[in-house]
Design a protein. Structure first.
Length: 286
């Protein structure tokens, strides 16, 4: 199942015989059993999933999907968690290895944007970080590793865009602020349930800028995989339905290159994850 935010309404995405993607407007198809608000569905995830499975092929796709109308599939999470240095090769290129627990910060929810957004570059050095984003479908507190996936509604593609000057300003780094400028959290194009994926613990992930490959890895290279992240986070806080977790990025970020390299106006960044989809972010000057 793939669910998306189309013109601020919740839709189920289906691909027709002609290969074109169309949508089922959930509020209309369910006779208002479920609201149109894309965020509200995560509070009723189990009920919604059961309805969608039961309705199955009887649902008629009536919405023509327009890329410019796709918004973030999780538009207003109450909590956004982000994990740093969570791939072995990225930790190595950053000269930071051996963390006993996942380094955790937040991206403030106002930075979230859709999968085909244009982002204004602020002053400084804006870097790219393609990430698998996990979306919570059940509340989770003190959840063991082996039960963690059961609390996940699905996953989506994300970019943890980062302005490195404000992020690393001395004497105390400001990770959350440096990663929360408007548009610095593009996610989408849909939340994909785990049954759609061959192995949610091992997916190809990468991004390219104007056709040049910048990052390429596999989610199996995470130091702390999604179940371990949920177990750790939920040992401290309560994860709520609709919360999202940016799970870290593989190697290839601009700050770690010699010479360093950052995003410029006019570029288009394509970020993709196997079986989940891809997002495209275009950059413009202030």
């Amino acid at each position: 199942m793939r669910i998306a935010n189309h013109a601020n309404r919740l839709v189920l995405l289906l691909r027709g015989e002609d290969g074109r993607e169309r949508g089922v407007d959930v509020e209309r198809a369910s006779d208002s059993r479920f609201a149109a608000d894309p965020q509200a569905i995560y509070e009723r995830w189990d009920d919604f999933r059961d309805w969608a499975v039961e309705a199955g092929t009887r649902m008629e796709a009536t919405v023509a999907i327009r890329r410019d109308l796709l918004g973030p599939p999780v538009p207003r999470p109450r909590q956004v968690f982000a994990i740093g240095l969570n791939y072995h090769d990225h930790a190595a290129e950053s000269n930071m290895t051996g963390s006993a627990v996942p380094p955790t910060f937040t991206k403030f929810p106002t930075c979230l944007t859709g999968p085909y957004a244009t982002v204004v570059l602020p002053p400084g050095n804006v870097d790219w970080e393609v990430e698998l984003v996990a979306v919570m479908g059940r509340a989770a507190h003190q959840v063991p590793v082996e039960a963690a996936w059961q609390h996940v509604a699905g996953v989506t593609v994300g970019q943890d865009l980062s302005e490195r000057v404000s992020q690393l300003i001395p004497p105390v780094p400001q990770f959350s602020l440096g990663k929360s400028f408007p548009g610095f959290g593009p996610i989408g194009p849909a939340v994909v349930t785990l049954d759609e994926l061959p192995d949610p613990n091992d997916l190809v992930i990468g991004c390219e800028l104007d056709g040049e490959i910048l990052q390429k890895g596999r989610t199996s290279q995470m130091i702390f995989n999604v179940p371990r992240l949920i177990a750790h986070l939920s040992s401290v806080v309560t994860l709520l339905p609709g919360d999202i977790i940016f799970t870290g990025t593989p190697s290839g970020v601009g700050q770690a290159r010699t010479p360093q390299r950052f995003l410029k106006p006019g570029g288009t960044l394509v970020s993709s994850i196997q079986g989940v989809g891809q997002i495209e972010t275009t950059f413009t000057a202030a």
